[in-house]
Unconditional design. Structure first.
Lengths: 109, 113
């Protein structure tokens, strides 16, 4: 069965303190790995799609990387407005996505 | 705004009542998905439409749940005889044919008293 595990569950950073979020997955026939940002009470906001091991994508202070077993979301010099829950999801042979429980990021000024 | 929209945004109901939610996908997207999200968890897949055809259903979708997409545009999700365990955020997402990326709406938060 497809599984997605995110770590840590929660992460508190000082503004400017870079770090990484981890997403480990077990899936047969990965079609895509997705990162979303979710603010409290809102729907997930799309960040990145990664398709194959070795692929990297960047957007502002965020960079996502993919290996055969895990993905990392690197946050460089975070700001308080980066505080949110970051969700990872995988899509296999069917069309639904399997999500992890998320990492709650808090960035203190 | 050309994103996914959902109505209502919030719904409070009493146990045993029926509720219906609506989702309007991005206009050029022919795939539509429903998910449920409880506090502290990621979204869980419920069902998926391609145009008006419902192609997949999760085992989470009990017989009290029904979803329709009659003209291949908007979709409705109905929950009959609501239970307190149905309290959650119900999310809708859409994607284009051949496009794996799903774009989510703001969700409908349901509270069953």
């Amino acid at each position: 069965e497809d599984q997605v595990t995110q770590s840590p569950e929660a992460l508190r950073l000082q503004e400017g303190e870079s770090s990484s979020l981890n997403c480990s997955y077990t899936v047969s026939g990965l079609r895509g790995l997705f990162w979303y940002r979710q603010d409290p009470g809102k729907g997930p906001e799309f960040l990145f799609t990664l398709y194959s091991a070795g692929e990297e994508k960047e957007k502002e202070r965020l960079k996502a990387t993919l290996t055969k077993k895990e993905s990392f979301l690197h946050i460089t010099a975070p700001k308080p407005e980066d505080s949110a829950t970051y969700l990872c999801a995988v899509q296999a042979g069917n069309n639904d996505m399997r999500f992890g429980a998320g990492t709650r990021l808090t960035v203190k000024p | 705004d050309t994103g996914v929209s959902q109505n209502p945004r919030h719904k409070i109901t009493k146990r045993g009542q029926n509720v219906t939610f609506r989702c309007d996908p991005i206009s050029e997207h022919n795939r539509l998905y429903w998910y449920r999200q409880t506090l502290g968890q990621g979204p869980e897949f419920l069902t998926y439409f391609q145009n008006e055809a419902q192609l997949e259903k999760s085992r989470l979708l009990s017989d009290r749940f029904s979803a329709e997409r009659p003209k291949g545009s908007f979709s409705t999700l109905e929950i009959q005889r609501t239970e307190q365990g149905d309290s959650a955020m119900y999310l809708c997402a859409s994607s284009s044919t051949g496009g794996e990326t799903q774009y989510f709406g703001p969700g409908t938060r349901l509270l069953v008293l």
